[in-house]
Design a protein around this ligand. Structure first.
Ligand code: URA
Length: 452
């Protein structure tokens, strides 16, 4: 076999055999296939796509390019969650401990911020000392002891994805459904999970800007996930406005703590409970949505979810006193308010604008090698639909100096719109997607009818 022929086959819209994909992926990881050859093939896939069977084979080969974790010694099904990325989306932080407290093992491998969206690892690392670069032995021991562990992709986990993703990032080939699906699923399958709940964000603050694209991605993720022998469900959720009431690394840890203590923002808690209950069901801990709700609420109200979070922080080397006293989390010296020009209602908050403002403050990266300032960010005092008085603070920008505060507050001001009438309420959780299709999300009715 030669690489030119494999590239030409996809260029001419052919369907690859397993042997061809194996030749390409293994050759690329070994260094026998050059970056320029892989780039040409990635672009051919970007333009002509792949069948679900090809994508499943590619995903399996990417998984097999590195170590595959397995936890046969831990009872029950292991389940994780993946979000395609949003603004203010701190859901993983309260979700994993709550689901673990409900009796499900959650081996969670997360990522860093990407573009204007935040990343779980960056948020966690705003807790002093907390290590996310766990080697497999330590990951296993935290998972065993607490019921969940939160780490990053190590060099041994799906290395083909690591190398291919870096190349896609600089060759204009990120936004391809089969490439996104194989990238996401290869990392998740390598974690040793049985089930996966996906939060596919849809809207201006998301990768997928409209429902059609979000549904197409979710459908392919569930189909390919099933072909790989995993039980996968996807939710399409709204990212046309930031989630919760704070954007920034330490700020979001503070909100996560509030969620675990039962005081989280309503929209964040709706998402945490929906995704959490789905995980509990996929682990076979509950037969119905109502049963999973009871388990989830018990984990929340008993404080067991909070205790699990504190135990993880301790075992992963974090300063527990910081999460016990969130006012000691990293802050920022300059605070600047964004004021309402008129009385009325908040009619819109553009998540992209707010996310970009946080990146500009130093809360995200402009270049891969940039370091993050954990304490900067934006607090939202009013959400879309809420009323406001003229001159009241709609948001506060937390910055490291006056100059960045000024620039970011202008950006946040541009992102928040007010008007004389409240806008119609938008649904947060829109659809449930399975390998067989999708349905509008109506809670128990939708879940129970899909699962029987
Ligand atoms: N996240 C991933 O891990 N991979 C992609 O391709 C896109 C988002």
């Amino acid at each position: 076999m030669n690489v030119r022929e494999v590239i030409a086959k996809k260029r001419d819209r052919g369907e690859h055999s397993e042997a061809e994909l194996q030749f390409l992926v293994e050759g690329y990881v070994r260094g026998d296939v050059a970056d320029y050859q892989m780039s040409a093939w990635l672009m051919a896939v970007f333009l002509h796509g792949m069948s679900a069977a090809e994508t499943a084979t590619l995903t399996r080969l990417m998984v097999e390019s590195g170590d595959v974790l397995a936890f046969p010694e831990l009872p029950g099904k292991k389940v994780d969650k993946h979000s395609t990325g949003g603004v203010g989306d701190l859901v993983s932080l309260p979700l994993a401990p709550l689901v673990a407290a409900a009796g499900v093992f959650v081996p969670m491998i997360s990522g860093r911020g990407l573009g204007h969206t935040g990343g779980t690892l960056d948020k966690l690392e705003s807790i002093k000392g907390l290590r996310t670069g766990l080697e497999p032995d330590e990951f296993r021991s935290v998972l065993t002891e607490v019921g969940f562990a939160m780490g990053g992709q190590t060099a041994q986990l799906a290395p083909a994805d690591k190398k291919m993703y870096a190349l896609r990032d600089v060759t204009g080939t990120v936004e391809s459904i089969p490439l996104i699906v194989s990238s996401i699923l290869s990392k998740k399958v390598a974690e040793g999970i049985d089930g996966l709940v996906l939060d596919v964000k849809c809207g201006r603050g998301a990768f997928m800007k409209n429902e059609e694209d979000a549904l197409a991605l979710a459908q392919e993720l569930t189909r390919v996930g099933n072909l790989m022998g995993k039980n996968v469900r996807a939710f399409i959720t709204n990212m046309d406005t930031p989630l919760g009431n704070a954007i920034g690394n330490a700020l979001e840890v503070e909100v996560a703590i509030a969620c675990l203590k039962g005081n989280g923002p309503t929209d964040t808690m709706e998402l945490v409970s929906t995704l959490g209950q789905a995980m509990i069901c996929l682990a076979d801990k509950a037969a119905t949505w109502e049963e999973s709700e009871a388990l989830f609420q018990k984990a929340l109200q008993s404080g067991e979810g909070w205790n699990a979070f504190v135990s993880m922080v301790k075992l992963q080397g974090g300063d527990v006193s910081m999460v016990e006293n969130p006012n000691t989390l990293p802050g920022a010296p300059v605070h600047k308010d964004v004021l309402a020009a008129n009385a009325g209602f908040v009619t819109d908050i553009d998540p992209f604008g707010v996310g970009e403002a946080v990146v500009a403050l130093g809360g995200g990266r402009q270049k891969a090698e940039d370091s993050i300032h954990p304490g900067v960010g934006v607090r939202l005092h009013r959400k879309v639909g809420e009323s406001c008085e003229a001159g009241e603070s709609l948001a506060t920008v937390l910055a490291k100096d006056e100059e960045t505060a000024k620039q970011a507050s202008a950006r946040v001001e541009g992102a928040i719109k007010t008007g004389s009438e409240a806008p119609p309420e938008e649904k947060l959780v829109r659809y449930l997607v399975t390998a067989d299709g999708y349905e509008p999300w109506l809670g128990a009715k939708t879940w129970d009818s899909q699962s029987t």
